[in-house]
Ligand binder design. Sequence first.
Ligand code: IYR
Length: 224
Amino acid sequence: MADHGTGFIALSEYREYPLAEMRARMAAFLDDVRRRRTVRDFSDRPVPRDLIETAIRSAGTAPSGANQQPWHFVAVADPAVKRRIRLAAEEEERAFYAGRAGDEWLDALAPLGTDADKPFLETAPWLIAIFAQRYSIDGAGARHKNYYVPESVGLASGLLITALHTAGLATLTHTPSPMNFLNDICGRPENEKPYILLVVGYPAPGCRVPDIRRKDLDEISSFL
Ligand code: IYR
């Protein structure tokens, strides 16, 4: 098994803040993340690779089941690869919108105004295909179970989106269904399942987004 560290060390990097500072930091964070919107209309302006690398490093700090870090990120900027992804995704999306989704699902999507055309898969400067390692294979070829894989990869994906937003980049969590074509195009092994195709870039000038609202605190929480 991969060894990601053994033994114990002091919690030397933890920081406690005075209460007032806790509130101020928390409020500033909320102010920043509440501005995040999913964008479907991207500019073709380039985004330097180092920003994507730093965002992926942040994603890699997520907690994971048994610290197995069961994720892999494939960052795609190559126009030929983006084109292959677009063509494969649109083929699935056409079947989805032509009936595979079913009426209930299509009704739920109607407010978002989505359809089978996915030009952003070529326009946006980066696509990050996020893969979940359902199990791992050691050097001797033996399979090992990974634990809480969707939870772990979801947490890493949330950090990735937040890191990109912090830098002023827009994202779209795109999930063409099914998306196993990503294994082939990205050259990833069979033990990895595509989780989300994250589209990253600047919003197109004049970009518009659906007029939707977020649930209030009392709708999403209870305190006992
Ligand atoms: N994958 C399709 C459909 C879609 C599904 C959900 I759930 C969304 O929140 C948005 C879209 C598409 O990308 O169009």
